[in-house]
Design a protein around this ligand. Sequence first.
Ligand code: IMP
Ligand code: MG
Length: 196
Amino acid sequence: MSIQIFGGFFIKMENKNWEKGIEKVLFSENQIKDRVIELGEEITKFYKDKEEELIVVCLLKGSVLFFSDLCREIKIPMKMDFMTVSSYGNEFETSREVKIVKDLDEVIMGKNVLVIEDIIDSGLTLKRVLKILGNRGPKSISLCTLLNKEARREADVDVQFVGFNIADEFVLGYGLDFKQEYRNLPYIGVMGPISE
Ligand code: IMP
Ligand code: MG
């Protein structure tokens, strides 16, 4: 970020480079596309003979791009729904509290629910979300995450569909953010040192 003197004032100029601070590309647009097609096939196969309605849940905001691409590869009837949660408390605590900021519109009792997540890190948030949804009496709940950082796991969560397993690096793009930016990058990159 540069500072300009203008009419005696200091003005902070935003760095308009949308790839600022990206050290390397971890998964290209094409690699993501290919994996999303495969995941769609796996999910279609898993649910195609199940009688109950399928509700596919997008956890906002990080999953939005993955969710919208993946849903187009799920070739059976389904409904989309959206949920926003915020987690409170120290990230080092294993009892992180989760507050629902935007709840589902659909009633999930007796239905098959597939939760779509961008990345599972400690797993603490997701564990709480699955518990909240589980208390509503769905027929089943499964989880699909684009990225899985297994090394950072603190809470046990069963993940049925994983896009890519990754090392303990901070990644950005394709929905994943740093301070709400970078979500619009079409690839997934690794963050380098931030130079403002
Ligand atoms: P956790 O699994 O409860 O620790 O929280 C996972 C959430 O942390 C994800 O949904 C992301 O919003 C965020 N997160 C974890 N790792 C990364 C990363 O490498 N880049 C961007 N966001 C991340
Ligand atoms: Mg998230």
